[in-house]
Write a protein that binds this ligand. Structure first.
Ligand code: GLN
Length: 188
């Protein structure tokens, strides 16, 4: 059975854990380097990217995760997780795990009050998926090696090799399409 790590410092952890279980996989709460041993994929949840990034540096997990990325560990960042994976954060340097060739802008839709839900058709999934945006970032530039999987006015889901990022929260809906895509098509 596949073991899927969920970075568990802060943010939407339990919701991802439930979805991983619903896919018939074993969720692993990841808070320190040893927790990463033997995971087949890693989810970086939404929350506050600055807080999660700080923990990644303080615990030394930043270096371990970058090393595992080199070895091909599949990863998926949702919202704050996507920010952490970005090579460039507009006006703010780079993400703590700059693995994804995109430029992202934090809180680009406005404040918490500007959070919203939207149904979006995703050709690669052949499904209309419910997308929940909470103080979401916007992907404002995409490298030529990055595949855009879903889009509103700007890309909202991108894939580069084994690194998936969504600016919304599939774990907060009753659908399983994105978790199933990550586990079946990215982790494999
Ligand atoms: N606004 C948060 C940040 O910049 C992300 C919000 C979220 O993950 N829902 O880190």
């Amino acid at each position: 059975m596949k073991r899927i790590g969920v970075l568990a410092f802060q943010g939407g952890v339990i919701e991802h854990v439930k979805k991983v279980e619903e896919q018939g996989c074993v969720p692993v709460l990841v808070k320190k380097n040893e927790d990463l041993d033997g995971v087949d994929g890693l989810i970086l949840p939404g929350g506050e990217s600055t807080t999660i990034g700080k923990f990644l540096i303080e615990t030394g997990m930043k270096d371990k995760i970058l090393e595992l990325a080199k070895q091909g560990l599949p990863m998926w960042g949702t919202c704050a997780g996507a920010i952490l994976l970005s090579k460039s954060i507009k006006n703010q340097g780079s993400g703590v795990l700059p693995l994804l060739d995109i430029v992202i802008e934090r809180n680009a839709y406005g404040s918490q009050l500007d959070s919203f839900k939207k149904e979006v058709f995703v050709p690669r999934l052949n499904k209309t998926t419910e997308c929940v945006f909470i103080r979401a970032p916007k992907i404002v530039e995409v490298g030529s090696n990055v595949e855009v999987l879903a889009q509103l006015d700007t890309p909202i889901a991108v894939l580069q090799g084994k690194i998936l990022a969504t600016t919304f929260h599939p774990e907060l809906t009753s659908q399983n399409y994105w978790h199933s895509f990550f586990i079946e098509n990215v982790v494999k």
